[in-house]
Design a protein around this ligand. Structure first.
Ligand SMILES: Nc1ncnc2c1ncn2[C@@H]1O[C@H](COP(=O)(O)OP(=O)(O)OP(=O)(O)O)[C@@H](O)[C@H]1O
Length: 218
């Protein structure tokens, strides 16, 4: 695992969203595959591993070819917005309904985890909307826009949002907002559930504040 988007959002809602709004199909874990376009260097060595995408399945090169099925497959032409629509929006909606939600990316080095989660670094350096932004920014944008919308139409009362940023690498957890905070431990508690001990949590109330968190803590 390289990165994750967690809901540090607590909310009390006067009316909870419907199952359709939270995309609740009763499944608590969903797995999507995103296919990265092969680079020129990779194509010079071999043809692409993925032979074709068929709905939620991919057929990969092997003898004989093998098929794998996921909750969804985002092909190599998929946009950052399509990835958000398939993966991020449902998690954001259920966080607003008071459920915990996480988005994890998993894959070997160079697979596209950072691209999918964050997008290029210069796509998040200004507040101006940038198509290249990844799930993390899009979920924050979605959550704060929804909180504002619900506040304006009187359908929600109070929300608190906290940001954390951690890395798990070789079984070691590091707090990316306080990098000297290394070797953190995962604990479980009856009221808090599973949590990372000593992980910093920064309260934020807008997308602009959330964007400031990494630099504010540097
Ligand atoms: N869907 C995509 N479309 C176009 N380019 C992509 C896509 N996914 C990844 N890339 C490009 O592939 C390269 C590797 O991607 P990225 O850095 O996100 O991999 P990573 O899984 O985070 O790697 P590492 O584990 O080594 O940090 C980057 O240049 C990135 O811009």
């Amino acid at each position: 695992m390289a990165s994750r988007m967690d809901s540090g959002l607590e909310g009390s809602m006067q009316s909870l969203p419907t199952k359709e709004e939270t995309h609740d199909d009763g499944e608590s874990v969903r797995v999507y595959l995103r296919v990265r376009p092969a680079t020129e260097r990779e194509l010079a060595i071999a043809s692409p591993q993925v032979i074709f995408v068929d709905g939620p399945s991919v057929v990969v090169k092997s003898d004989p070819p093998r098929s794998f099925t996921f909750d969804g497959v985002l092909g190599e032409t998929s946009t950052q917005q399509e990835v958000f629509e398939s993966v991020g929006r449902a998690v954001g909606s259920s966080c607003l309904a008071g459920y915990n939600g996480s988005v994890y990316v998993y894959g070997q080095t160079g697979a596209g985890k950072t691209h999918t989660m964050c997008g290029p670094i210069n796509s998040v350096q200004s507040m101006q909307f940038d198509e290249r932004r990844g799930i993390l920014c899009r979920m924050l944008d979605f959550i704060f826009a929804e909180v504002a919308r619900r506040g304006a139409d009187g359908s929600s009362s109070e929300h608190r949002c906290r940001c954390s940023f951690l890395e798990i690498y070789k079984e070691q957890i590091t707090d990316l907002l306080e990098p000297q905070n290394a070797n953190l431990q995962v604990r479980e508690d009856l009221t808090r559930g599973v949590y990372v001990e000593r992980l910093s949590e920064v309260a934020v109330s807008s997308l602009a504040e959330a964007f400031q968190v990494p630099s504010r803590n540097r």
